[in-house]
Design a protein around this ligand. Structure first.
Ligand SMILES: [Zn+2]
Length: 393
């Protein structure tokens, strides 16, 4: 309060000295402020409207891409090298959740060299690298004998088994992925392979004796309630473990909204199968009186398995159907084919494997093999015959 009067007094004195100058100065000041505002305003809206009112008034600011968010640029720099580097099957090598970082690092990703792997070894390869691989396979129980550095059929089968058990694509060729896992110390050994119990191979070349009776049979209706599965023929039996897996599977199917399941056939005795053959022969003879019995029999064997060669004799096979409907093409069939491997089943007879299985495709016939084997078969697109051969069973 005490200091201000002198200042005012000074201004007053100058203003009073020249009133014209005072007006001029005021005008100049206003002009300066106007000019400054004109300079600043085009910069200001770039920040404010884009962040504050993009939804409210999109037409107000036609600024194309002034977004201050700098996260767009680094994204391709992170993903492209990985995709290009590891290609198919390399998803597991991706870094965990490459979340868009708040602080962008536009530096080129220092990815490990893709070529610094192992030399691919395959049937016919020889030398120290083959011997090293063989020793690792011997240590894990996949190969017996000596590591002689010669990649022959036995070694190929050992590599195939190692790959299958460890969830790799089982082609019998040891590339970087296979060898990295083999030498890494985390691989599963041969005794961790799927159990043999449910892998019994029964087909035209592998018949069961007439007196074969599987152990551990149960009446399906005693395990699975009718609300989940209708049993077409009273008293139909099957293997206990397989039936329990079937129950779990159908419960999940129903939870997915796919219901109305029926089992038309499961365990069959040798005599049951023989009866099916006889019925079919009689039908052919009736419809074709000129045919010989042999001709009727060979016609029958196109679709009906000779007694002893049907999987149904194992108690591990089920014919899954929908009451009163042709199964192929139903939503039940689609669900079954998509999910059955998760529960240890495989669709046993497909069109693609017809030449190997010796049976026409049967969309309804599933076979229990255990979850691990079912996964290996499904992943590698092997039928049971191929599985047994490649796994050296
Ligand atoms: Zn069947």
């Amino acid at each position: 309060m005490n200091r201000q009067p002198p200042i005012r007094g000074r201004k007053k004195r100058r203003a009073a000295a020249n009133p014209l100058l005072r007006v001029l100065l005021a005008a100049l000041g206003v002009a300066l402020i106007v000019a400054l505002c004109a300079l600043i305003t085009p910069l200001m809206p770039q920040v404010d409207p884009s962040t504050m009112q993009p939804a409210a008034a999109p037409t107000a600011t036609p600024v194309p891409t002034p977004s201050p968010e700098p996260t767009i640029t680094p994204t391709p720099a992170i993903y492209a090298p990985f995709g290009a580097q590891y290609g198919h099957g390399g998803e597991d090598l991706l870094p965990e959740t490459p979340a868009p970082s708040a602080t962008p690092t536009p530096t080129p990703q220092p990815t490990p060299s893709p070529t610094s792997g192992y030399t691919t070894l395959r049937k016919g390869s020889t030398g120290a690298q083959v011997a090293r691989m063989q020793q690792a396979l011997i240590d894990l129980g996949y190969l017996s004998g000596a590591a002689d550095g010669d990649f022959g059929s036995g070694t190929q089968r050992a590599v195939t088994q190692f790959q299958a058990v460890n969830g790799l694509s089982a082609d019998g060729i040891a590339g970087t992925k296979t060898l990295t896992l083999l030498y890494g110390g985390d691989a599963l050994s041969a005794d961790e392979a799927p159990e043999m119990d449910y892998l019994m191979l029964v087909n035209r070349d592998n018949a069961l004796p007439a007196d074969y009776v599987p152990t551990d049979l149960v009446a399906i209706a005693d395990v699975i309630p009718e609300s989940v599965l209708k049993v077409k023929y009273r008293g139909t039996e099957a293997n206990r473990v397989a039936t329990q897996a079937l129950y779990r599977m159908l419960e999940d199917a129903i939870e997915d909204g796919v219901s109305n399941w029926q089992v038309s056939s499961a365990y069959r005795r040798y005599s049951d199968q023989q009866a099916l053959v006889d019925q079919s022969v009689a039908r052919y003879q009736k419809n074709n009186p000129s045919w010989s019995r042999d001709r009727c029999l060979s016609a029958t064997y196109q679709t009906v398995a000779p007694a002893g060669t049907s999987e149904h004799m194992t108690g591990l096979a089920f014919d899954i159907t929908v009451p009163g409907v042709s199964f192929t093409g139903t939503e039940q069939q689609k669900w079954l084919h998509e999910h059955c491997y998760e529960y240890g089943f495989v669709v046993r007879f497909t069109e693609e494997k017809q030449a190997i299985t010796g049976f026409l495709a049967e969309s309804w016939h599933i076979r229990y093999v255990g979850t691990e084997a079912a996964q290996i078969m499904t992943y590698n697109d092997w039928c049971l015959e191929e599985y047994v051969e490649k796994m050296g069973l």
